[in-house]
Write a protein that binds this ligand. Structure first.
Ligand code: NAP
Ligand code: ZN
Length: 348
């Protein structure tokens, strides 16, 4: 065991604070990573505050990790000391179920091990995330990161990037498709960049005009306000796809009518409260309401390579680790442009 520095929440109503964490020594298949940057995902906030239930305290959040390899186990073949690598939302899975064999570890039928607030495959050891100086991860769940792009801007690709890339690929979003992104935050701004890079005609649906200029520079073709009834009426039967990234309670019934016949509304945001859906919005127009969870390791590597090739990164605001609680408040207030990333060198 190695004692390392981290930031943890001790309970739902306590701010994150310094915490000494024990990491395992690298096993034969393990890669030890010194963390350089870690993004702040809204899931970190939901979990630290136990909004979804099931948080095991103390919790060390963080699943948008970029760092440098410091040690490798003797069986590791793909990485060596000094390599730049990434770790996303999960760190292991059973490896033998239908979905794991199909490179869909995120849907592991036996329960994948998330990067934090989860159990390793021994079903006993609790995982702790990237708001820490180092992490030890089995080689299969470590991603290669290109040195071409600024690393702090790459970190959010490990969650916000893959969570939006995966459904775009699965539903084959392509040139000419009309796609709306609901909510311009961390996931939303990556959805705009990725969908527009794939040729879709992208509309941002936001609550106010405040992000309109940014939406255009991110690559959106249109910007509309969801709080305006006339606008929502005007947009009826308009989109082939809607990607809903909203983190708080909202009504899916407000958005479903904006889909054309056969349109697909892809839910990636996870409000803590359950929703009701009016069946008429689905049957009238054969519309689909679907969900998507991050993406598998193979697809995450594909996404990272795609972003390196196309020069796509996240728009970030760098913070020091002691600003993380303030960053949570600003994220909750919608004041994020468009991802906070922690410079882990500030964890001293
Ligand atoms: P974020 O940066 O806070 O962005 C969420 C956006 O939703 C906000 O910027 C805001 O956009 C909009 N919004 C917030 N409250 C709203 C409300 N009450 N009504 C309407 N719109 C509202 O969060 P994020 O990191 O992108 O994460 C978004 C959600 O996705 C979270 O629930 C997170 O847990 C979830 N998530 C899911 C996956 C997955 O695998 N499916 C992966 C990662 C995260 P505007 O200001 O433009 O309205
Ligand atoms: Zn995330």
């Amino acid at each position: 065991m190695k004692a390392i520095k981290s930031y943890a929440a001790q309970s739902a109503d306590k701010p994150l604070a310094p915490y000494q964490l024990d990491r395992r020594e690298p096993l034969a298949d393990d890669v030890e990573i010194k963390i350089l940057y870690c993004g702040v995902c809204h899931s970190d906030i939901h979990t630290a505050r136990n909004e979804w239930g099931g948080t095991m305290y103390p919790i060390v959040p963080g699943h948008e990790i970029v760092g440098t390899v410091t040690r490798v186990g003797e069986k590791v073949t793909r990485f060596q000391v000094g390599d730049t690598v990434g770790v996303g939302c999960f760190v292991d899975s059973c490896g033998h179920c239908y979905n794991c064999k199909d490179d869909q570890e995120q849907y592991c039928e036996n329960g994948h091990s998330q990067t934090y607030n989860s159990l390793l495959q021994d079903k006993k050891t609790i995982t702790y995330g990237g708001y820490s100086s180092h992490i030890v991860v089995t080689e299969k769940f470590v991603l290669s990161i290109s040195d071409k792009l600024p690393l702090e801007k790459v970190a959010p690709l490990l969650c916000a990037g893959i969570t939006t890339y995966s459904p775009l690929k699965y539903w084959n979003v392509k040139a000419g498709d009309k796609l709306a992104v609901v909510g311009l935050g961390g996931l939303g701004h990556m959805a705009v960049k990725l969908a527009s890079s794939m040729g879709a005609e992208v509309t941002v649906l936001s609550r106010s005009h405040s992000k309109q200029k940014d939406a255009t520079s991110l690559g959106a073709h249109h910007f509309e306000i969801t709080t305006d009834k006339d606008t929502m009426h005007k947009l009826a039967n308009n989109f082939d796809f809607i990607i809903d990234t909203v983190s708080a309670k909202h009504d899916y019934n407000d958005y479903l009518p904006l889909l054309r016949t056969n349109g697909v509304m892809i839910v990636v945001g996870v409000p803590p409260e359950p929703s009701t859906v009016q069946a008429f919005h689905l049957i009238g127009g054969r519309r689909s309401l679907v969900g998507s969870l991050v993406g598998g390791i193979k697809e995450t590597q594909e996404m990272l390579d795609y972003c390196a090739e196309h020069g796509i990164t996240s728009d970030v605001e760098m913070i020091s680790i002691d600003q993380v609680n303030e960053a949570y408040e600003r994220t909750l207030a919608g004041d994020v442009h468009y991802r906070f990333v922690i410079d882990m060198a500030t964890l001293t």
